[in-house]
Design a protein around this ligand. Structure first.
Ligand code: MG
Length: 250
């Protein structure tokens, strides 16, 4: 568990986690191009798996609490943790692609939500606002800032578009393990919570819907859905805390 490790990474660990993050970022960009009508969510998972193999990396999601895949693929009203399967993407869908990479012992975590074909302006606003919320959260990161500063910035951006903020899911420390301290909520008060230190690596991941903030677990015991059927988005980066800001690793 996360108490086995210091949250502040060593210089060597930072070199390795940068490499991990590069593999993650390039794979998500490839998956974005391949997320077209007709492709199945399992095919996207297979593309991600072959990218991992090509880079000599492994997928920390695979087997995590029994998860069957290296990639979470969540379509439309599926908010997060969708299991790859035979579902075909359709024109007008949005698909969340949440990916983990382990390379040279270091884990990174990142996600994008992308349009499949042509989406409506309303759904595009969901994607834009959630991606901007991630950027606003990252903008608060620097040594000495508090976790609450990130949470508050994310909440403010999501509220501007009156989105449902998923309060039951959160960001987290990452690096040696997929989920380390601290927890990073997507809402909260500035100036509160643990203080960031240079060398910490954290995954920030706002999740929001066009409707409710309430979610439930599907019968597959993995997929998280919105209770009102509204569509949701997730964007996530692993970032390194530096003395005066953040270095986006993914
Ligand atoms: Mg995460």
């Amino acid at each position: 568990n996360h108490y086995m490790y210091n949250r502040v990474k060593t210089a060597d660990e930072i070199i390795n986690i940068r490499d991990s993050g590069k593999i993650l970022g390039s794979t998500l960009r490839l998956l974005q191009q391949r997320a077209v009508p007709g492709i199945t969510t399992r095919e996207l998972d297979q593309i991600a798996a072959s990218e991992l193999k090509a880079h000599g990396a492994t997928g920390p999601f695979l087997g995590y609490n029994g998860f069957k895949g290296v990639l979470c693929v969540s379509v439309n009203n599926e908010i997060v943790h969708g299991v790859p399967g035979l579902r075909q993407l359709e024109d007008g869908d949005i698909v969340g692609l949440d990916f983990g990479v382990k390379y040279s012992g270091m884990i990174t975590d990142g996600a994008i939500t992308v349009a499949v074909g042509t989406i409506t302006p309303r759904v595009q606003r969901l994607l834009t606002a959630t991606e901007e919320a991630l950027a606003e959260g990252i903008a608060m990161v620097r040594a000495g800032a508090r976790i609450g500063d990130i949470s508050h910035a994310i909440e403010q951006r999501l509220k501007r578009d009156r989105l449902g903020i998923i309060e039951d899911m959160s960001g987290h420390g990452v690096g040696h393990e997929l989920h380390e301290d601290p927890l990073i909520l997507n809402f909260g008060k500035a100036g509160r919570g643990p203080k960031l230190e240079a060398g910490m690596t954290i995954a920030i991941e706002p999740m929001a819907t066009l409707g409710t903030k309430h979610i439930y677990l599907a019968d597959d015991d993995w997929t998280i859905l919105s209770t009102d059927g509204s569509w949701g988005a997730q964007f996530e980066h692993t970032v390194l805390v530096t003395v005066d800001g953040a270095e986006i690793l993914t």
